[in-house]
Unconditional design. Sequence first.
Length: 327
Amino acid sequence: MPQLTKTRASEILRTFGERKVLVLGDVMLDEFVWGDVTRISPEGPVPVVDVRRESVHLGGAANVLANLIALGAHGWVVGVIGNDFAGERLRDELRQLNSGGDSGVIVDETRRSTTKTRIVAHSQLVVRADRESRAPIDAKLETQIVARLKEKLAAADAFVVSDYDKGVVTPGILREILPFAYERVPVLVDPKLRNFSSYRPATLITPNHHEALRMSDTEDHSDDGSHDAARIIQQKLGCDAVLITRGDRGMMLLESGGQPVYVETAAREVYDVTGAGDTVIATLAGALAAGATMLEAATLATHAAGIVVGKVGTATATASELLATFE
């Protein structure tokens, strides 16, 4: 497999600053409670966490945008929040990310903002508590989202669908927006099984290994199994390419009419995989918007993922960090 050189990686990353990426999906607030464990509770066999600090981060589709900004690109996220404290915190974080960063966010009075609270002790996740609504949004909100997406696509260089199955990405929105976007820019989808048949047309679908097996109704975990799963997904959706992320086994890329290409993982140490998929699709979108080939984009994304899994919590990779991973 031809390697992406540092010079070429630098060229691609420099172009990120001239590109804008539009993200549709489930925006979330990731809350972290950090502490230490020195004893077990007398009330039950559970650890007692002495809280040292707390932090909040953008999660889900909002974390895709955060990764794009960290890499030097520009963009927006279109999603739905509730009229609640978590929703306000999300908007504040998006505003801090970039000017007008919350301009694509729509408030739904009937639902709560998706919030994931993680308690971490000694760099290990102790428990996660989720507050969310997974009900599909109504037709009125679908119409608002489609209008906002079409408006912003006029200035976009790539389009990402970040589907976390929380009800914002619906078949109705996908039917309306994907053909419109596909005629204009590269379209990348981080999928979930529920909407699988609706991800068309698309430039690139990026399931993880387990999702790919479920989507292709196969159970073979080998390299050949990944190839078969990608081929079945490609045939069912008619997409241009499928990239399966496979954890410590790296990634497998299958482009239309081509042979599978295996991209080795660039991770040196894995501390936390939280948000790694967001980093992957953000890097892929920025790279394709910058004119990279699919394989160059996949290689860059592998290096970016290798950086964030070496950090604890929801994290991003900067352009300088990414460039430093190349020889």
